[in-house]
Design a binder for this molecule. Structure first.
Ligand code: CU
Length: 316
């Protein structure tokens, strides 16, 4: 149906690169031309040949020329820029939708069947529409190889689309300075053949926690924490980051603020579960409300059990 040129990573590469080369070409031409003219004039009008300066009262012909030529050049640049950019604003009717969710400080991608990943997987030669969702602050999704970049604004429905043209893995990252660990909002896009993609998307075992005997429950809990980007705000070594450290928390008492009221609670399974699903219900003293968002749609009950196993293991 669609065939993006296999030479290019996406359908926008040709247009954007052409605009870039046109502007770069014009700039280099003038850099060289002006430098040459300048050198010639320095030589030709040097002081020992022209000891007396001449006053020029104006030259209408020159004025017209140096207004008209730059105007044409700027319009040429505008034309190529516009032609490269316009198609990005017209996503096709029929396309695969992926919800791209950004939060401090990671991306996650949710597919039409509910599968969630931290790397974006897409089939080759088919249009993909990313529905951009920012949960907390401004982020911006950038895939340099595809020549696409779009701001993600909390509360605003925005989309980005492209047709991948070459198989492989490409960088994807946030380009809107969004806080302390902004530079870690870095992941990738994996472009694969349709049949491989179909096999991958229908395989839901990778997303669900498989309780295998090879890996300990605690290690699987760590995997859940890593996958959800929890470690951007929570350390394992007692360091206070944005949130409290995991270390030495389990089983101890916590001073929390519930509503207006301060109280002491035990860090038990119920508390951890509530901290993950309703982070703002009990806010740990000394930490800020509203920074951690609910992981209701991201973490299953089974995964929370694994997280708890990990917290327990840290105490040993
Ligand atoms: Cu960001």
């Amino acid at each position: 149906m669609y065939t993006a040129d296999p030479q290019y990573a996406s359908n926008f590469v040709a247009g954007v690169d052409l605009a870039f080369m046109v502007i770069l070409g014009i700039s280099i031409f003038f850099l060289i031309a002006l430098t040459i003219v300048m050198l010639v004039f320095i030589y030709k009008y040097r002081r020992d040949r022209h000891p007396e300066a001449i006053q020029n009262e104006g030259n209408n012909k020159l004025e017209v020329i140096w207004t008209a030529i730059p105007l044409v050049l700027v319009l040429v640049m505008f034309y190529f820029g516009w032609m490269g950019w316009k198609p990005m604003t017209n996503p096709p009717e029929e396309a695969m939708h992926v919800k791209a969710i950004a939060r401090m400080w990671n991306f996650s991608f949710q597919y039409e069947n509910g599968k969630i990943t931290d790397t974006l997987y897409v089939p080759i030669n088919e249009p993909v529409i990313l529905d951009l969702v920012a949960l907390d602050v401004l982020h911006s999704l950038y895939i340099p190889a595809f020549r696409v970049k779009e701001d993600m604004v909390p509360g605003q429905e925005k989309v980005m689309w492209f047709i991948p043209g070459t198989e492989g893995e490409f960088d994807l990252f946030c380009t809107e300075y969004c806080g302390l660990e902004h530079s870690y909002m870095f992941t990738g896009v994996k472009v694969m053949p349709r049949d491989e993609f179909d096999a991958w998307i229908t395989d839901t075992t990778a997303a669900a926690p498989v309780v295998d005997t090879e890996t300990s429950l605690a290690d699987q809990g760590w995997e859940v924490l890593r996958r959800n980007g929890c470690n951007a705000c929570h350390s394992v070594d007692g360091t206070k980051l944005i949130g409290p450290s995991y270390l030495g928390g389990w089983g101890t008492m916590r001073s929390v603020v519930t509503g207006r009221e301060e109280r002491e609670v035990v860090v038990d399974a119920e508390y951890v579960r509530r901290s993950i699903y309703e982070p703002n219900a009990d806010v740990v003293e000394g930490f800020n409300k509203g920074l951690m968002l609910s992981y209701k749609d991201m973490c299953s009950e089974e995964e929370i059990v694994l997280i708890i196993e990990y917290l327990k293991a840290l105490n040993e």
